[in-house]
Ligand binder design. Structure first.
Ligand SMILES: [Zn+2]
Length: 156
């Protein structure tokens, strides 16, 4: 499983989890990858992604010139972005908050995630349990999942 740094045509940056780089390319080609901010399907991989594809040159347009970017955005991110313990704690608490607000569907997670993905039920945040194999299958179908660390009260 890989995490890719993605960017839409409006420079919204987001992360996507995919079963493999090929799975990402396939989903992108089928229009299954879209920006979570504006819904644009004109999505490209950022060169700072930890996994760089070298098998064939993508026909994607070249990165826009750096002068088009706001001054406060560094043009080149370091390969290894250091994450402070404070930052990690904030991220984990955000994930837990999202998880608390999501509907708990338990072991029906893979089924519910698919129904939402294919528009068979109302789109909403859900949480639940899925095996690693189920997670990989969902990712290969283009369904975005986010692993959430267990909250303290869940650790019995
Ligand atoms: Zn966007």
């Amino acid at each position: 499983m890989i995490v890719l740094d993605l960017c839409c045509e409006k420079e919204h940056r987001f992360e996507g989890w995919f079963g493999s780089a090929d799975a990402f390319e396939g989903q992108l080609a089928r229009g299954l990858v879209e920006c979570p901010v504006c819904g644009s399907k004109s999505v490209k991989r950022l060169p700072s992604a930890p996994y760089v594809q070298t098998r064939h040159a993508a026909p994607a347009p070249a990165q826009s010139p750096t002068q088009a970017k706001p001054a406060d955005v560094p043009s080149a991110a370091p390969d290894h972005m250091p994450v402070s313990p404070e930052t990690a704690a904030v991220v984990i608490s955000m994930l837990r908050k999202l998880a608390r607000e999501a509907e708990d569907v338990g072991s029906r997670l893979p089924e519910e995630a698919r129904r939402i993905h294919y528009g068979e039920t109302e789109a909403r945040s859900i949480r639940g349990a899925a095996s690693r194999d189920e997670v990989v299958e969902l990712l290969e179908e283009g369904i975005m999942l986010m692993p959430v660390p267990p909250s303290d009260e869940d650790l019995h």
